[in-house]
Design a protein around this ligand. Structure first.
Ligand SMILES: C[S@@+](CC[C@H](N)C(=O)[O-])C[C@H]1O[C@@H](n2cnc3c(N)ncnc32)[C@H](O)[C@@H]1O
Length: 284
């Protein structure tokens, strides 16, 4: 018989790993939410947090309730998906879109833009405002997708705490904004609500980069701060999806900590604005 040291730390660690594996498998088989290939350290941290804050003794106990009670699903998803965002987040990214991508997009009679992993909508509103300022909104359809339904509902409402608008306004200005951000929202009762007209040309949709397929040909895909949560093979799957979805010479924008450098699809793209993580699909 092999001698297993009864080092409790090590032992309980292993049980937790098994529980996490089983919970992720269960989530997939019961609800088709697939977190099995997300970056493990971050998933583990988030599940521990969910277990503690939702008051469960173990991950298995949490798993029991999630599998038996669909109402628990959104609560767990709020831990498993990170919803940090900002209007005109990383202004230099939007400046580069304005200066380096828009001149190409102007040459198309109609445009399709996909904001993948749009979260609560801040990135989407940044794009619609930018396209309006550049005179392209009316010929563009914006697709805003995410797996988190609560986040999508917030994106569709377009209402944010008013104290965030100071930062949004500053970001917009730094991104080369051609008007005042206050032209696009109204303030009341501590909230700022983006003008409904900004949603005229937006399609909101539940779409997973892990389990779903391509749904239209796009001229620009912006997928920022989503790939960081995926392991390498899953990042390759998502970038493969973007590659297949992009029109000839279409554009792909990633987050500041993301890149195509180690992707199996690197050869299909050229770097248009390397510092701002903007790539262009090479000819097929
Ligand atoms: C940190 S937020 C990024 C928000 C926004 N793109 C930005 O950069 O400001 C990450 C988003 O990715 C979404 N997400 C996670 N897994 C996803 C998947 N498999 N498919 C689509 N979106 C996903 C989360 O629900 C969350 O809204």
């Amino acid at each position: 018989m092999s001698e297993e040291p009864v080092s409790t730390g090590l032992l309980s660690e292993r049980v937790e790993d098994i529980e996490i594996h089983l919970l992720l498998e269960g989530l997939y088989r019961r609800y088709h939410y697939d977190f099995r290939n997300y970056a493990q350290a971050s998933i583990k941290r988030r599940l521990r947090q969910a277990r503690e804050q939702l008051g469960y003794r173990s991950i298995s106990a949490l798993q029991h309730d999630v599998l038996h009670d669909p109402d628990m699903l959104p609560r767990l998803l709020s831990y498993l998906t990170v919803q940090v965002s900002e209007v005109f987040r990383d202004p230099s990214y939007f400046k580069a879109i304005r200066e380096k991508v828009i001149p190409h997009l102007r040459t198309y009679p109609s445009l399709r833009i996909w904001i993948a992993g749009c979260s609560t909508g801040e990135e989407l509103y940044s794009f619609v405002i930018l396209f309006r300022e550049e005179g392209l909104e009316q010929r563009t359809l914006f697709y805003a997708t995410d797996i988190n339904q609560d986040a999508l509902a917030k994106a569709e409402a377009g209402i944010y705490d008013l104290d965030r608008f100071q930062l949004f306004t500053e970001n917009h200005r730094k991104s080369g904004g051609k008007s005042s951000l206050s032209d696009y929202y109204t303030a009341a009762y501590g909230k700022g609500a983006f003008d409904k007209s900004l949603r005229n040309r937006v399609v909101f949709s539940d779409h997973s980069l892990v389990t779903d397929a391509v749904f239209a040909e796009m001229h620009l895909i912006s997928c920022r701060n989503v790939l960081i949560y995926f392991d390498r093979p899953l990042q390759d799957r998502a970038v493969g999806l973007f590659k297949d979805s992009l029109a000839r010479k279409g554009f792909l924008g990633l987050g500041s900590k993301e890149s195509l450098r180690f992707s199996q699809h690197t050869a299909s793209f050229s770097e248009l604005a390397p510092g701002d993580k903007i790539y262009q699909r090479l000819d097929r």
